[in-house]
Design a protein around this ligand. Sequence first.
Ligand code: MN
Ligand code: MN
Length: 384
Amino acid sequence: MATQNDDDDPQPIRGDRGASILGPQNVPLQRENPDQLASPYTDSGTIPNLKFSFATARNRLLNGGWAREVTVRELPIATELAGVNMRLKPGGIREMHWHKEAEWAYMLAGRARITAVDEEGRTFIDDVGVGDLWNFPSVIPHSIQGLEEGCEFLLVFDNGSFSENETFLITDLFAHTPRDVLAKNFGVPQQAFARIPLDYEHERYIFSGQVPGPMKTDIVRSAAGIVPHNFSHRMMAQEPIIADGGWVRITDSTNFPAASTIAAALVNVEPGAMRELHWHAADEWQYYISGQARMTVFASGGKARTFNYQAGDVGYIPHGMSHYVENIGDAPLLYLEMFRSARFMDVSLNQWMALTPPELVKAHLDLDAATLAALRKDKPIVVR
Ligand code: MN
Ligand code: MN
């Protein structure tokens, strides 16, 4: 008889509870979500969905690449942050644009050239590679272009209602401004705008381009100089915080001042290890880069629900709710935790208990002396 431990044919059975499925089955999805199919005994009550995969998001294909998004429309609980996964071919251009939301980014593969100009006319240009970040503040206009090898990246916006399809595009602006106004604005004849794209179907958005030359040939000098806080950051150049079963790199406004509204942690968990039980002051938007994870979210009032995640999945945890993230695969688990906050913060269950009078802790949980002595006054972050 099949059990939930049979990876090829998981069934909703744990011990003497549950029974095999007799009706239609989506076996690949069941395999990816064993803790939904057969939830642990400790799960209880109703908790909203906290998972959405980019693999099931609509992908917009364009001649320069593609883009897909996970927003509050895909994952209704995710009101604080939204994400976009974008691919640019070599030379592919994400059109010059701006938006109301701040844009935080993590480069997943390849390299790109990014540009921006701030309200004082100060310039920014950089070439970014795998593990590099950028952050464009609200309404600051910018562009992204794939270099020789093309690129793919994750964008995170500080509003769950953001949509990548509603950004302010430079071609859209030109197409919807009277020609005589354009002529007056730039001090040139109207016929200078004879070839601008007008048809919505032909908006640039993500379009093919030539791979640009060396960055120094692309630098435009401004009398106002360059932006005071660099809009890019080398996250992998940070010294990681080493834990027993992995490492974490934390980037927020303290070490990346441009990221004033989004804080992040890149977490690596070795096979069998676990991001410890903890919670935060802000909602957490997760992006899984590699590996396989199990996470239980405890929502108070006797409610808890367990989810499974893998590469390309988005997870979400409302603030205050306790959770752990366990590596249940045989390869390292790498994922991002992101928050709409200037500062990263987390509260460790282990540290809280270790720094509370032991007799008081014992009165609640009746733990023995050895367990009380094992509590850690430092914050373990990742445990084995
Ligand atoms: Mn943008
Ligand atoms: Mn967390």
